[in-house]
Design a protein around this ligand. Sequence first.
Ligand code: NAD
Length: 360
Amino acid sequence: PTVGVVRETNDGERRVALVPKVVATLRGKGLDVIVESGAGLGALMPDELYEEAGATIGDAWSADVVLKVAAPNAQETARLRAGQKLIGFLAPRTNETGIAALADAGVEAYAVEAIPRISRAQVMDALSSQANVAGYKSVVLAASESTRYFPMLTTAAGTVKPATVLVLGVGVAGLQALATAKRLGGRVTGYDVRPEVADQVRSVGAQWLDLGIDAAGEGGYARELTEDERAQQQQALEDAIKGFDVVITTALVPGRPAPRLVTAAAVEGMKPGSVIVDLAGETGGNCEITEPGQTVVKHGVTICSPLNLPATMPEHSSELYSKNLYALIELMLDEGGALAPDFDDEVLAAACVTRKEATP
Ligand code: NAD
């Protein structure tokens, strides 16, 4: 069987779905890899590196399995044929027209977002590998925008107090943000509506902010808050946020607009020179003042809403994503090395979002 690595076309997308290192691993499993010329350039991986790893440069869209980062656009979908497999971030909850087009074309499409969050599937969990990158980069960005140091410093010219950092929403990105801010020397605090996260927050050396709300939902995700809970949360956070130099927000509810956690009044209460990094810009933002994709300054507070942070670290984000995809492909292989996904496997059944049912 053949695996195709195509060039990403979205603005600013620098990742590639498969890095040269993983080409060799796939070949070891008896798969041939075809790479579209220039596919790795955004991640600084030229065609020659792929060729050295044993891939051929050619028509990657014709492969048995096409690997992508972002969902294909209409023109790209038109290049796919019935029965062909496609794996990528297909946004199954929001990209209705794109998914319908793939279904119409008879493509067997796998959305990495739909892989269940179970232990066995951790190795293929692309949401996690990319959220880790985003969480790390959000802190680096906050430190760069801040007018203050993160660490406590004792110098001949005096002592500097450590920055106080609050992370709202402690899933994968939030936990990495806490750990990164801690390593930079900040005094870190985490908050989430899933009380089970408290221990994870403490395990990275952060304090847990308890507002007494429990909104644990299904599959390890949060549910949307009720009107009353939301009002209670906004008020409590408004009081808490004042005391922080840096606020990083990562709160998401699957398939819903991002919860509003930071009101305009909360921003006004912060000291000038403070920084908010809102990672939820793609679904509207956790901060009322957020302008997705922009950096704005209000009342002296800098509010950044970077989109697609993983694309800003394309080398490692692509490498980790490649390993996720490799693990998923490996799961599709039968004992003879043929691509024969077993849909009794809960991971493949969940990940596959469109396919032609076999005719009996
Ligand atoms: P996510 O990106 O969906 O959401 C980020 C965080 O925002 C979540 O922790 C959520 O509880 C929180 N949140 C939502 N509404 C909020 C609100 N109003 N106020 C404060 N916080 C709010 O989450 P994720 O990073 O995808 O992680 C989801 C779950 O999956 C977690 O339980 C995580 O531990 C789990 N997980 C499991 C595996 C695995 O076992 N394979 C791998 C990765 C993650």
